[in-house]
Design a protein around this ligand. Sequence first.
Ligand code: NAD
Ligand code: UGA
Length: 459
Amino acid sequence: MTIKNICCIGAGYVGGPTMAVIAQKNPHIKVTIVDINAARIAAWNDADLTKLPVYEPGLAAIVGATRGKNLFFSTDIDQAIDAADMIFISVNTPTKTYGKGKGQAADLKYIELCARNIAKVATTDKIVVEKSTLPVRTAEAIKSILHNTGNGINFHILSNPEFLAEGTAVDDLLQPDRVLIGGENEAAINSLATVYASWVPQARILKTNLWSSELSKLTANAFLAQRVSSINAISELCELTGANVDEVAKAIGTDSRIGPKFLKASVGFGGSCFQKDILNLVYIARSYNLHEVANYWEQVIIMNDHQKRRFADRLIKTLYNTVSGKKIAVLGWAFKKDTNDTRESAAIYVTDHLLNEQAHIAVHDPKVPAEKVYTDLNYLNTRTEAENQNNVAVYTNAYDAVKDAHAIAIMTEWDAFKTLDWEAVYSTMQKPAFIFDGRNILDKHTMEAIGFEYHAIGQ
Ligand code: NAD
Ligand code: UGA
């Protein structure tokens, strides 16, 4: 089937950038992204491209070039579903916060709602593509809903997980290591492959069965996160032995079997997916009674929680065992640089811990607004909203955040932090002036020459 009309349900960090690139590379296909969140759709339609709801380098230019031509953002979900030949489901699949599997299993209610909605409104045959990250065998449930409508309409289900990373989404989409398509119907698989073949070399379009595709996505994230936890585990040993974790990472990363990527020790990984996807993998393994498998992967999360906690504890210990009443500047709130996404950011958990110890926190992030910082902290429910408001200040300027601070905690590796006037920063801080570099972005010798007491990860 030649695809002329695509609908994507979910205008988030995946749906927005992915569909923008598909539209740019396929001017003959009309792409409509729909969402129940009207404010989000309005932001995608904002004439001011700096106000798009997702910040990604290069994204605004692509949206600017395609929006209104063959890329559309709408809240009219039913109309877009019915008009489409191919429907991507790109809604959120968070960890369940209630009932069976609470805290581990993926909450599939949004996926099911999409499937039911498609079943209800479709009047022509459709290819339905799982773009969201889903537990292995979810397609079975979607098939069951779509194949039992009794209305004679044919649905083909494909799995096409997304591997983009935030902050580099546009580059990742334009030059993917691979595109993965899992399915049972060859014609449907080829229809989707043709959409990608507009810019992705055929050799990079992998075709598998449905279950391999679904499981590969969880597995890829588990392997990536495992590398971060592995190097973070070594960072603790480095701190006690005089080894330097960045030197160790370089030394092992030059082994072509290990490779250099994803070996940057940090305050702990964040982001909406690593934790949720590994917890989901753990849940799935346990549900098949594979306890050793589950325990093995769970350790990646345990290590990550330990790393975040350890960072905060080290800061407190170094500040003479108390941060009560002290001002701590938190530089960076996003879970990594070049994104405005804060989901599961290590900054949230480190700040929460410091607030428990009665610190006064001053936050600065180049892309995260103040309301988001408070929402993230309030969501934890550790203290009242008024207490968070009173003890946390958010600054749009880094120099205001660090003024009179006892210590700086670098939580995100924003390039702008590397080029701050650190001499000026030093001059306005309380002495001794401490830096806790959770991303190892600054040079220890330079910082010490200025006068800072500098603490990095794994050094
Ligand atoms: P997101 O929360 O940014 O966006 C999801 C959107 O879906 C929201 O705007 C929400 O309003 C909308 N939505 C939910 N239910 C809906 C419904 N029934 N009808 C219409 N709209 C609905 O999430 P995201 O970060 O884009 O992630 C989406 C999926 O992609 C998840 O499964 C995630 O694991 C996966 N994924 C995310 C990334 C990433 O970098 N964020 C990368 C790869 C895969
Ligand atoms: C990750 C994967 O890299 C993507 O392939 C995947 O599509 C996506 O999850 C998803 O499924 O959501 P993302 O979370 O956006 O992408 O960003 P990453 O670059 O993977 O970083 C995740 C976290 O690990 C960040 O907090 C980052 O700072 C941290 N990290 C990463 C390290 O601490 N050290 C590293 O060496 C690499």
